[in-house]
Design a protein around this ligand. Sequence first.
Ligand SMILES: [Zn+2]
Length: 470
Amino acid sequence: MEDDVKMKCGLEIHVQVDTESKLFCKCPTNYKDVPPNTNVCPVCMGLPGAKPMPPNKKAVDVAIMVAKMLGCEIVINKDIYFQRKHYDYPDLPSGYQRTSVPIGVNGNFMGIGITEVHLEEDPGQYKPDLGLVDYNRSGTPLIEIVTEPDIKSPEEAREFLKQLMRLFRYIGCLRGEGSMRADVNISINYKGVQGNRVEVKNINSIKGVYKVLKYELIRQKNIIRRGGTVKRETRAFLESQMITKSMREKETAEDYRYIPDPDIQPIVIDEKWVKEVEEKMPETPLEKEKRFIREYGIREDDAKILVSDLELADAFEKVVAGLGKEKENINLAVTWIRNELKRVLQYNKIDFFESNIKVEHLIELIKLIKDKVISQKIGKKVIELLVEYRGEKSPKQIIDELGLTVITDEDTLEKACDEAIKNNPKAVEDYLNGNKPALNFLMGQVMKLTRGRADPKKVVEILKKKLDNQ
Ligand SMILES: [Zn+2]
């Protein structure tokens, strides 16, 4: 970014909690798999007189866990009540959304301050093109994470969200990027002139957040450069055009007329409850890294890279378990997962879980290499194809299809060696005159003739035998 532009950005991130039932009623939350308006009851349709149940315990547990993992202090021994946040939209039949006061506060994740973590209910879905409001989603628990305006670039926002989604996968019980909606606040200072804060609402992907910030940065800079004022307002993201558009002047908290929901008893989280959640909490990335070094005796930088991708770290452990925990197997797993597979994943810009590669296939591949059925070189090729086929073909299938097995057949190897010797009299002469590296050259020729499939050990043996007998 140019030095004369300073950006300040804060995020509000909503992600669905993966509970069986909704936040205030027993309706199931699998809203995507069923016909419209089938997972509904008077509570989540906001019918007059319907009374909500106490908040879903699992949703509260997950909120505590997320807050803890983000380094927040949990708000204990205090009434945590749900407020009614009023606004009018067809997907919100009661005219208000229930949203809790903070459950965790003052956290920090990747150097970005976390203001608070709280629970909310998801509204329904208004589908204007179908003339339909579907209340299946209404009442699904959401976690909202509010950050401080500590983010300084679109790239930093993107990395923060990526790591956050990774953390969610560590935690489990959350629906991740597919259910994410983010609101971003952005203000800039251009050559000393401060613009107002602009909010862009309802962005549903990490890429979208990145695009919005890029777009707003330029838009706001141009306004200030022309001597104008950046208005304080709320904007919408038009994903199809990758631009933002003014919706309304920013509403204030007063516009929402927050009141505590008189139908819901406040919850009180005590130390015992926090302890209970802590006991169920998964390893943090840092804990996992330390355990990998201790348990597998691998180097710190190897552990760091493996742990940076939860599913890759899990795969590593399963592969080692499948091969047997001897040092040789651990080294092979590090070489082929942390080095080779990671390299190919990075080249394709995907994470391990997106590659659909199966752990059994990795075990199979490493065994093939270990048993010298294929060479290291072919191993690298197979890894590339495993990624390319997205887990649909096993290493054995790939090798068979491409005819990539190591040639150990003596006759074939002898023939290739004879040819290499015949075609390269100079190298043969050099070798016989005591120039040992000339053997490597001949070996390279044999490899060429067999397209990399010859068993190198055997080739050396055969070449030596033939040359020494000349
Ligand atoms: Zn319901």
